[in-house]
Ligand binder design. Sequence first.
Ligand SMILES: *Cc1c(COP(=O)(O)O)cnc(C)c1O
Length: 423
Amino acid sequence: MSNVELAPAERAELLRRLVAGELPDSRGRFGPFGGRYAPETLITALERLTEGVQRYLRDPAFQSELAAELKDWVGRPTALSHAPTLSRRWGVEVYLKREDLAHTGAHKINNALGQALLAKRFGAKRVIAETGAGQHGVATAAACARVGIPCIVYMGAVDVLRQAPNVERMVQFGAEVVPVKSGDKTLRAAIDEAFRDWVADPAGSYYLLGSALGPHPYPLLVRELQAVIGREARAQFIERTGGLPDAVFACVGGGSNAIGLFHPLAGDASVALIGIEAGGRSNKLGDNAATLATGRPGVLHGTCSLLLQDADGQVQETHSVSAGLDYPGVGPEHALLQAIGRASYGSATDDEALEALRECCASEGILPAIESAHALAGAKRWARNNAGKKILIGMSGRGDKDMPTLSQVFGGARKILAEAGHD
Ligand SMILES: *Cc1c(COP(=O)(O)O)cnc(C)c1O
């Protein structure tokens, strides 16, 4: 259920405009959502970025440089894998779009590389980023090393400790990691600090945002850079099966891997688009990150979208076993897709995601990120009432980064030793 009621004619018109490439509009609106809610000091930088996006994203020279780097460095196109054992077990034909095989292990590199190349064209002297779990920081640091531009990553002090291996990777890629000790010492404080840095030098610095969120033009820019996933998957699926999938699944945190997969399929009316959010421990406010299920409209980090907030409009803490889905907001294009009924959104709990991860490992020899396992869990549930259908699941990333969590949950080496009679 969406919290924004639109008349049927309005829904149809918004879908038509979205498919025709007319959304976001010139003010960055996706119907009732999106826009640009930013301090006066950043408006010039955002306008300049918008002009750059319009100019470069359609510029053949930029496009060919990006395409060459995606092929040569990222390893695109990523595979579309049939999953024979999951197909047999679930009673539907399962295909996986393998962003886990992309360089640095997830879809985030598509966006980081594209924006790093854009920063270079802008003549920026440095790139600023912020990161929570560290995955966006790693992708940005790697892309900046490749493109040859200095990179500063703001990270909450608590997260620096929690995500030590990712911090080490960023440092090896030459990034300067700045621990943020103010506020909640996690992602929210890091975002505030990164914005402060950008305000101080909006012309010399490039702010590299990590999901399909934030003030216009970021939701547009990130979608365009991630849409390579959906364009490839659509063509690969037709080539392999002779037609389109009946349903497409992706996990939704900020929403970038999902919008990358969904957007190029939005005009294919027969394809159900299904996003899966983090259901966490329970459906109580604070126990999950299921923004589209229970959020209400509001403004966070520069954009109007659905938000997890209490009755007074206070943004709520969230919980998920996957750090990458643990965010109280969601990209505005998803809020629109839900409001016009073009996509639907469900959730998977921590336990369901971990169970699906295990099943995918044992069945297919593929270790998904815990984020991606939410999409698997959602697809598995859907399959129960849809026998014989063909489905496409976005594997947004690989689970190697999740080993500490997985050994905690499943026992790991300690359990193996105990079962073998060692203590
Ligand atoms: C960061 C991340 C996500 C969530 O981000 P989106 O912007 O919603 O895609 C999902 N999967 C993986 C593997 C991630 O690293």
